[in-house]
Design a protein around this ligand. Sequence first.
Ligand code: G3D
Length: 198
Amino acid sequence: MYTLLSGLYKYVFQKDEYCILILGLDNAGKTTFLEQSKTRFSKNYKGMSLSKITTTVVGTVDVGKARLMFWDLGGQEELQSLWDKYYAECHGVIYVIDSTDEERLSESKQAFEKMVTSEALDGVPILVLANKQDVETCLSIPDIKTAFSDCTSKIGRRDCLTQACSALTGKGVREGIEWMVKCVVRNVHRPPRQRDIT
Ligand code: G3D
């Protein structure tokens, strides 16, 4: 009886909470992506003035029984050294690439490579967002995959998807988030935290 009631309580009043890191170089579109996700998945969310957004932005989005808690850690070089402090605790990573910035693509690849080879992130699903695809002259997905090709063997056994996206228009945002939810829910190696619905 107790098990039945506690199961019912969990079903009605609790959510499974997953921590998702949003990483990538500065200016890739991480903050815009986070804002767009909140707008798309929260009924009453009206958006935030960009001037109020700070370096480590946290936002939550509910998708069914899952609650995603986002950490946007900032991509400036001095902030990249902080990324790995969050790896052990996270359930998924969204890595944002600026598809219009060919000049910094190899810098982005280096940061990605360092992140993906970190042991503390073993088995954690990674969504690679090729952002700013609304810009006509942007790099295509095959261009980006080619530039990142020597990272492929380092990705290891985990879910990984490269998704075309425009954080500005919202294209690809829902698909990306829904893919991430599916992956974190099925990853038995990093169970969620249970949180009361507020
Ligand atoms: P960051 O959080 O990764 O540093 P931001 O990046 O989200 O602050 O975005 C950096 C700039 O890129 C912003 O322009 C933002 O509007 C723009 N941007 C983000 N996503 C997209 C996108 O999908 N398409 C286009 N065209 N632009 C995008 P500003 O001019 O405010 O610096």
